[in-house]
Design a protein around this ligand. Sequence first.
Ligand SMILES: *Cc1c(COP(=O)(O)O)cnc(C)c1O
Length: 396
Amino acid sequence: MNNIPPLDLAQQYQSISEEITEAVLDVLASGRYIGGPWVESFEQQFASYIGVSECVACNSGTDALYLALRALKIGPGDEVITTPFTFVATAEAIANVGATPVFVDIDPDTYNLDINQIEAAINSRTRAILPVHLFGQPTDMTRLMAIANAHHLAVIEDCAQSTGAEWAGKKVGSIGHVGCFSFFPTKNLGACGDGGAVTTNDPAIAAQIRAIKDHGQTARYFSVTNGINSRLDALQAAILQIKLPYLDIWNQQRRNIAALYHQLLENFPGIEIPKELPAAKAVWNQYTIRLLAKASEGTEYSRYPDKAAFRDSIRTQLIQQGVSSMVYYPMPLHLQPVYESLGYKPGQLPVSEQLATEVLSLPIFPEMSREQLYRVVRSLKDCLTSSLPSAALAKE
Ligand SMILES: *Cc1c(COP(=O)(O)O)cnc(C)c1O
């Protein structure tokens, strides 16, 4: 039996290989490898896809976040509210402009920022809120924008995992002041290498970003600020331009897979499925469930030193059955050694800490077959029922 991978980038390439090869050969023959027509037209097409007036392409999602923060003049002494349950790049960008990340706990159903807890974290140093639309699920932007507007805060959306997702009919990356995207190969719109983009409706912010990403230059050999070098290669821009028209189809395929996972896993003891809010249109970069075994039940459970060990043992059993899964993320950012100086203590952001021991991301990619999905579900259910008595799997 073939192994089921977490995703299959080669299969996606095969489905459009002729178009990609042609575009790549065009760029190679043109001699225009940095900047030029492919980058400009991709920026225009991506802006129009997201529904904004401005798009600036750059080297990565991490740079996109850094550039957005710089353009909003956020720096030393400033605080930026964000989630601890994300990839480290989110907080890293805040720290790299000299500002301080302030972590607010998450909602256990969507794994995104708990909107109810944001206001308590706002003080006179707060400059911005940086929500992450994690795993392709949009954050509640209606309530988040209302809080941000009431307190005159900027909103930077980390859309790295949610290209094409919508909140209340608007694409993420068009709702806050700035949207930050990654084209890392595993993201919903992935390049064949690194890439990123910033979206905004504010021409002044876009102009700032264009300068900062190009050594602070507003004209050739005329620098107005200390910048960086952050470019989307012409080759990647050409590849992304071929892929963009397929994104909605691929996202719909992800939504179909997620709907089937929901249906097959929803009522299974010991599993909690991710919830999609009514105004959300998620694009499921990951399909991440929670494993909710009750620690107090049964002697069987005592074989596992803690919840994470139970989850990890299920993961190992799945691998033995040829089913991959991933743990995003095993340690919330407020407890990472890099942020030790911020003084967070274990127990301070309990939902993030609990989810870090429970989450398991199942294989999901547009090309995934029904047979593959059924095999994942069957293996997962088998592993759970053979690992614990049903009483221990009952919902909390
Ligand atoms: C991938 C990712 C980033 C960083 O994007 P890169 O292109 O890899 O630099 C930032 N935030 C989140 C949530 C991500 O998943």
